[in-house]
Structure formats: structure tokens, C-alpha cells
Design a protein around this ligand. Sequence first.
Ligand code: AMP
Length: 391
Amino acid sequence: MSVLVINSGSSSIKYQLVNPDSGAAIASGLVERIGEETGHIEHNYGDVTREIDAPVPDHAIGLEKVLELFSEVGPSLTDGSISAVGHRVVQGGKYFSGPALITDEVQSLIEELCPLAPLHNPAHLKGIKVARRLLPGVAHVAVFDTAFFQSLPDEAATYALNREVAEKYQVRRYGAHGTSHQYVSGKVSEYVGRTDLKQIVLHLGNGASASAVIGRKAVETSMGLTPLEGLVMGGRTGDIDPAVIFHLARVGGMSIDELDNLFNRHSGLKGLTGENDMRAVWKLADEGDANALEALDVYAHRLVKYIGAYTATMGGLDALTFTAGAGENDSRLRAKVCERLTAFGVRLDEEANAIRSKEPRVISAPSSSVTVLVVPTNEELAIARQAMSLV
Ligand code: AMP
């Protein structure tokens, strides 16, 4: 039994064949540079990696090539072995608070939500349409990045924007990375053995977000209408006074598209240091680069502000968890954040923090009043399991 998980982007398709019971990734791959002069496909199965460099004019041809690779390199998808196809969808708006079996109606709703996620939902739709056509005998399930945060209390989801305008244009906090926050917070509950935890999850990858979760319910999250709000990210500003936009438009003469590009791609760590990869930022900092040192402080400061705010909002904090690329691998970053939390009784166990592992682990000292953990996220597995829950 396996689930094919597809993450279709505007010029790429990433996929993984997952065993939803064991969590094993059976095969994986990606199609890159769709629609460009040169395309690239990579398929991994067992010890075999097959790479193809050839133009991939559109998503349909990309997915057809992937299915050919499954028949040539394996494993075969034609013997009825896949139980479902799980599609990652960034924006589910107010319609989806959980996974949805994809019908024509669901597809139309995802289409209707395109204005709220103009970079993502149109690309997901391309993948969904092609996959439904090429794999017709199997259930297709959409798993939404926003679904976990549909449970946010109104007071957390509502911007203090003019109500009529907000309602007309569906402006509220939808959040993102929800599949990861749900998976990781669930793992923390299992690991700690409690279902009533007040917890904060820090998903620190190229995109970064924080969530506050009580029991199994999300009560706060740092991303907003779009993934731009909140923490400092690889290329995104995170929180910033919206009046900076008016200022740069009026005084700097910048267009909306230029501002979008500046805020989403050329800011954050990239804008502060020239590098958007956390490892490269540390390398600069180790060489004494003042901008990199400051960027790391800005990054940690923002995190600590959110942790403090969420602790106050929840009326306490039992568990603080780091996940995603930097969260899972960057022990110095974790130490930098936790040393600013001593007033909350947070104490790291330095040895435990230094251990590298793919397993969930506690990195706080026994004397710490908050349990600090590292829990690797696995969005593909979470999507596969959610897809199976509907089949
Ligand atoms: P993700 O988006 O989850 O793949 O995470 C990407 C981010 O994780 C990038 O900023 C990487 O620099 C960061 N990252 C991955 N491995 C490490 C590491 N060993 N130390 C610091 N940052 C890392």
C-alpha cells in the first residue's frame, strides 16, 4: 500500500511515493524548469537515481515522464499498489478545515481561491488536473496548508482592518505550513505522552513560521493572509509596518510587483546579508561579517517576541519544538533562541542540543520549566496519512 504525494509548483513538480503505515519514502523525485528551454527530471528508487535533461514544455508532459520513469526504473504504479494520490495545496481559504477528496466541485473551489494564493493555487491546479487524467482509477485528495489553522479563534484570525473591506476581499489570517505544524505538534503530544499540552512549534526552514497549539487545536500562527507575515525568513521580511509599502511606493516610486518581489524574495536573511541559506549566514558571521551577526540577532529577536507573545496568549507553555531545515539541524540557532528565554525557566541541555538525529528528541535540561524538543517534520508522510484517512 502506498500514496503518491504530489507538490506541484509553477515550474516544478515534486513527488514522493510513501508507505503511510511505516512512513518509508519508497521513491521520490522532481521535475524542474517546466516551460523553460532546459528542463530537468530526477527519479530516485532504491539505489538508483535516473536523471533526464530535456525540455519539459508543460506539467502534463512532466507528469507523463514521471510515470514513464516509474515503469522503467520502478516501482510500478500500474499494479493497483497506490491507494491514493495526495496533492499539497497551499490555500484552502474558508472552505477546507481538513483534507478533501478531489471532485470537480472541489477543484472549482481551489480555482476560486487563486486570487488569495496567486503563486501557488494555479500551479497546484495544473498538477491536479494532469494527475487526475493520467491516474484516473485512484482517489485524489487535496491536503491544505491552511486547514489546521481554520480552528484559530476569531480574535487571532481577524485583522483590525475595515470589516467591509476585509469581508469583501476575504482578508483574514489563514496561516501556512499547517500540515507541518499539525504533524509536529501531534508527534510532540505522542512523545511527551500528553494530549493537553500548551505548545509552540517553530518551523524554521527557508520559509519560517510559528504556531501555538493547545491540545490538538491551533490557536495562533505567525503567517497571515499569505506566508509573508511573521518570522524573518530566507527571502521574506516577515512582520513589517505596512506603511513601509506606502512609503516605498510614494517616495521610492516602486510598483506593486516590485514591492512584492522585494518583500518576498530580496528581504529577510537574503536582504540583510546577501545570503538566504542559514548555513551561509553563519559562515559569514563566523568570519566576523557585521551584517550577518546582526541578521542572526534580528532572526532570534523576532522568534523570542513570538514565543513570549504566544506564551502569554496561551497562559503558559509546556513544550517548545524546533523543526524544518534550520530548526532540526542548527544547534547554534536553537541555543541562541533558548538563551534569551531563561526568564521563562528554559534551560537547554547542551549535549542533547548538539546531537544530530532524524528522531524526535528532548534538548532541554531536566530542570527546565519548558520541555524543548527537536522533532523532524515530514510533510509528505502527513499528506499521505491525511489522504488515506479519506480512502
Ligand atoms: P527547509 O526549507 O526546511 O528545507 O530548510 C532550509 C533551511 O534550513 C536553509 O536555510 C538551510 O540553510 C537550513 N539548514 C539546513 N541544514 C542546516 C544546518 N546543518 N545548519 C544550519 N541550517 C541548516
